[in-house]
Ligand binder design. Structure first.
Ligand SMILES: CC(C)(COP(=O)(O)OP(=O)(O)OC[C@H]1O[C@@H](n2cnc3c(N)ncnc32)[C@H](O)[C@@H]1OP(=O)(O)O)[C@@H](O)C(=O)NCCC(=O)NCCS
Length: 191
């Protein structure tokens, strides 16, 4: 994975993997987010993506991202194929605090099952370690969403437990699986 900074040091960089580019979102990505994240199969597996997807929501969300990067609370990347600039999904680090960050992601239905999410999350973790100093990554997924658990295991996280949470309707309970990845500090060099 390579990390490309733009001229301003404080700007969010772009990451490149074998098949993907992970870049900051732009306003012209809004129609793709609405189309791909707006699909029920994607939205209903997440805690935060609304369904049906409201008009103007993608633009509003994209406009929040530079501030979240600047204040250090979260960082999101548009996932694109290397040879095509259109977004196929999102990965991000959320709730950043005390060198900990929560991993979140979705990949559009037409692009699922190709290993793209695994590749993007691996790059995201590499970036989080190298550039943000994150030492604990954590994530959770619905028990009825085993593909998400496979992504987390592929990227090196281990299952640490399970929980029951109130779901999006504010009423129903959902079983979730909890994962984490601890990054050990480098051992001190021998004299
Ligand atoms: C979960 C999601 C991000 C995976 O994206 P993806 O690009 O298809 O992921 P990958 O191709 O990298 O890996 C998918 C893994 O799930 C596995 N998988 C797919 N369907 C599965 C199923 N029904 N049961 C078990 N494993 C399954 C695949 O075999 C693969 O694992 P492997 O590499 O060990 O074989 C995508 O399905 C998605 O966006 N879903 C809706 C939103 C969502 O769930 N977001 C995460 C919320 S926690």
């Amino acid at each position: 994975m390579t990390i490309s900074h733009t001229s301003a040091v404080e700007e969010q960089p772009t990451l490149a993997t074998e098949r993907l580019r992970l870049r900051p979102y732009r306003l012209d990505d809004a129609p793709r987010i609405k189309k791909l994240a707006g699909e029920r199969d994607v939205a209903e597996m997440t805690r935060t993506i609304p369904h049906p997807y409201p008009e103007g929501e993608a633009e509003r969300w994209i406009q929040q991202q530079p501030m979240a990067w600047q204040n250090g609370s979260s960082v999101t990347f548009a996932v694109t194929l290397r040879n095509k600039d259109e977004t196929i999904g999102t990965v991000g680090l959320f709730n950043r605090q005390d060198r900990e960050a929560e991993i979140g992601y979705w990949i559009g239905v037409p692009f699922q099952g190709e290993g793209y999410c695994t590749e993007a999350v691996e790059a995201l973790i590499g970036f989080g370690i190298a550039e943000l100093g994150v030492t604990r990554f954590y994530a959770s997924h619905l028990k009825r969403n085993p593909a998400s658990g496979a992504v987390l295991r592929n990227a090196g996280l281990r299952k640490i437990g399970k929980d029951s949470i109130v779901w999006r309707d504010g009423v129903s309970q959902e079983q979730v699986e909890l994962y984490e990845l601890l990054i050990e500090d480098e051992p001190p060099a021998d004299d």
